[in-house]
Design a protein around this ligand. Structure first.
Ligand code: SF4
Length: 68
């Protein structure tokens, strides 16, 4: 969810049924801004706040990695 304006390009933004802006996802659930070739963020300098604060390798990260 986008809660602050960090300059995410419009083409990567969707509005959900409650009117909140979110990062768009591809059909397989991956973030549309992910460069699948390098597995890195294609908008790194403009990534959403939540991406900046996500603790890489932390409990939430480990939980996500275990998801099928
Ligand atoms: S850091 Fe990851 S989830 Fe966040 S915008 Fe970039 S590719 Fe998407």
């Amino acid at each position: 969810m986008l809660i602050t304006d960090t300059g995410v390009p419009e083409r990567f933004i969707e509005v959900d049924e409650w009117g909140s802006e979110t990062m768009s996802r591809l059909d397989d659930g991956w973030c549309a801004a992910l460069d699948r070739r390098t597995m890195s963020c294609s908008i790194y300098l403009n990534r959403p706040l939540i991406c900046r604060e996500f603790d890489m390798g932390g409990p939430d990260c480990q939980e996500e990695r275990l998801r099928p």
